[in-house]
Design a protein around this ligand. Structure first.
Ligand SMILES: Cc1ncc(COP(=O)(O)O)c(C=O)c1O
Length: 357
């Protein structure tokens, strides 16, 4: 067997490390756990797992339609939003086509594009957020897809409604703009885009969301695209018939109605952002202000060594080495208690790992 030549430089995805007995603040999961309504619903549905799932996920799509104020035929579910990314690339890219995204951002845009023989142009971020003016300027005749992440993983920065409309007005309607809003629920900024409102005006806009973050259902793998019904039809052509399991569908539908859990999660996150902002200021570390449930900080030390030292102290975080930032780490914001433990672990690392400047 020979791996396709054009894939040989790719490395398998390195997930956040799960170590038994160690606090994991590495993968931007919900520190409060899963939505209790979601878990109750999946327990109720457990006996039905001998049946194939509803391949059209009608009940969940209808619930999302009501929640988001869009038609159910504008919604496509995926096995996590990760899968939706590969469906997008599979539906729209031919070998040699170009996609554009930010440098640095979530690695799966690059993965999905390369899987289907496309290439990616990376446009530098500005102050930890996507620079939509620079991205608009980079779009050319070969560009088929633009991936933008708002707020951006791993930096937590965001762009405004005005900046987004500027990009949408500039690019040709034949270029698909994928707007990844995995962390939208955590945003506090008042000029954050109301993306659902833009879908009718811009049929080339696709918004990506997930149940993995604020709803706490990462293990169930449920994400979705909201787009024009035509784009949803195209993605449906390349979708496997039963891509989202029954337990995921029922839990996601119940979690969507779990307003109290979402509100509490937001509140805990808001407190956590304040905690880390003060902590990094006290430690005189440079960091990006965040609108998400994680925060990126420049530790001025080898990130992998900082990771190891923090692991010794009982916490895993994400070294940003794989993003090309060798002296940065990303910390998922936890509960008050978790943040305090993580800060202790970070202080231990800063005391024991040598500076590289
Ligand atoms: C920006 C972004 N998009 C998408 C995903 C994938 O989410 P899912 O669990 O729905 O595949 C993540 C997960 O970390 C993410 O950070």
């Amino acid at each position: 067997m020979e791996l396709r030549e054009d894939l040989r430089d790719l490395k398998p995805y390195a997930p956040g490390k799960l170590v038994p007995g160690v606090l994991k603040l590495a993968s931007n999961e919900n520190p409060l756990g899963a939505s209790p309504l979601g878990v109750a619903a999946l327990k109720n549905a457990a006996d039905s797992v001998y049946l194939y799932p509803d391949g059209a996920a009608v009940a969940l799509r209808e619930a999302l339609s009501a929640e988001l104020g869009v038609s159910a035929n504008q919604i496509l579910l995926g096995n996590g939003s990760d899968e939706v990314l590969t469906l997008i690339a599979g539906a729209y890219l031919r070998p040699g086509d170009k996609a554009i995204t930010g440098d640095v951002t979530f690695s799966e845009y690059h993965f999905a594009v390369r899987l289907f023989g496309g290439s990616v142009q990376f446009v530098p971020l500005k102050d930890g957020a996507f620079d939509l003016t620079a991205i608009g300027a980079a779009v050319d005749a070969k560009t088929k897809i633009v991936f933008v992440c708002n707020p951006n993983n791993p930096t937590g920065g965001y762009f405004s409604a005005q900046a987004l409309e500027g990009l949408l007005k500039k690019v040709s309607p034949s270029v698909l703009v994928v707007l990844d809003e995995a962390y939208a629920h955590y945003v506090e900024a008042t000029d954050y885009p109301d993306s659902m409102r833009l879908l009718n005006k811009y049929p080339n806009l696709l918004v990506l969301r997930t149940f993995s973050k604020i709803y706490g259902l990462a293990a169930l793998r449920v994400g979705y695209a909201v787009a024009s019904s035509q784009v949803v039809e195209h993605l449906s052509v390349v979708r496997q018939p039963f891509n989202v399991g029954t337990l995921g569908q029922v839990a996601a539908k119940a979690a969507l109605a779990d307003k109290a859990f979402v509100e509490k999660s937001r509140l805990v996150n808001r407190e956590g952002v304040k905690f880390w902002t003060k902590a990094f200021q006290d430690l005189k570390l440079f960091f990006f202000p965040t609108q998400a449930n994680f925060i990126a900080v420049k530790v001025d030390r080898d990130a992998q060594a900082v990771f190891n030292a923090m692991l010794e102290a009982g916490v895993t975080i994400r070294p940003m080495t794989s993003f090309g930032l060798k002296d940065w780490i990303r910390i998922t914001i936890g509960t008050g208690e978790q943040n305090a433990l993580c800060l202790k672990a970070l202080t231990h690392a800063l005391d024991t790992v040598p500076l590289i400047r």
